[in-house]
Design a protein around this ligand. Structure first.
Ligand code: SF4
Ligand code: SF4
Length: 239
């Protein structure tokens, strides 16, 4: 049920991102570092702050419902069926995030903030550079998916994931209401379909059995909900 809504949305964001050569302004990890060293608050600064705030209520739902990178992953999933492993490589993204956020904070501490410029990076940019910036996502995602399996780039290198994980952890720590998975383990017949359908290779059935559905790799795509014939798993917005 959810996939009929989610997949068209997320694939559309991927197509729009790559056709309209403007979205890199909001998602580029490079522009915000350059902006910080030029004392400028740019468009992606607001985009990343908004993502963080949304994660306080919606966890990692942004990843599976609106992220252009996930949209590319969904398109690749038509051709590549192998899942990527949940190995120590999952920690690489936290390493990348630490260096990236450290560079941004250093830029603003050293140079201060002088102005807000939402079009920063756009005025002096050539069409070629716009295309390179925009296609950079594909250049990263396609080989990683081909080598390591589906959703490898989300799991291993996405520098935005730690933002959303931190927001989700803060929400859970303060027992705030928010989008999460809930399950009724007594209804489960151990068919394991939820685990096989999870694109993030989470052992969903094990989580159901343990009665604990919070998993930092869960992108709230709803695949496990859609495929569970016993209706064991559902979305909830409760504490
Ligand atoms: S798909 Fe549903 S019934 Fe099957 S293992 Fe998962 S939660 Fe249990
Ligand atoms: S656990 Fe369910 S909602 Fe979370 S990523 Fe896996 S299939 Fe999607």
């Amino acid at each position: 049920m959810y996939q009929r809504i989610r997949k068209p949305i997320v694939i559309s964001t991927a197509i729009l991102f790559h056709l309209l050569l403007i979205f890199h302004l909001f998602f580029s990890p490079v522009l915000i570092v350059a902006a910080s060293f030029n004392s400028i608050i740019n468009a992606s600064f607001f985009a990343f702050v908004l993502m963080f705030l949304l994660s306080l209520f919606f966890g990692r739902a942004y990843c599976s419902w609106f992220c252009p990178g996930c949209g590319v992953q969904e398109i690749l999933s038509f051709f590549i069926k192998r899942k990527s492993k949940n190995s120590k490589a999952l920690y690489i993204k936290y390493f990348i995030f630490t260096i990236w956020i450290g560079a941004i904070i250093t830029g603003y501490i050293l140079n201060g903030i002088n102005k807000v410029d939402l079009s920063y990076g756009m005025s002096d940019i050539t069409l070629e550079r716009k295309i390179i910036l925009t296609l950079g996502a594909i250049v990263l995602i396609v080989p990683l998916t081909a080598i390591f399996g589906k959703f490898a780039s989300c799991k291993y290198i996405c520098w935005l994931v730690p933002f959303l994980v931190i927001g989700t952890k803060i929400r859970d720590y303060f027992h705030l209401k928010g989008l999460r998975l809930k399950s009724e383990k007594l209804k489960c017949n151990s068919c394991n379909v939820c685990t096989t359908k999870c694109p993030m290779n989470i052992d969903v059935m094990e989580n159901v059995k343990n009665g604990y559905m919070q998993d930092t790799e869960c992108i709230l795509c709803g695949n496990c909900i859609d495929h569970c014939k016993q209706k064991v798993i559902r979305f909830s917005f409760k504490k």
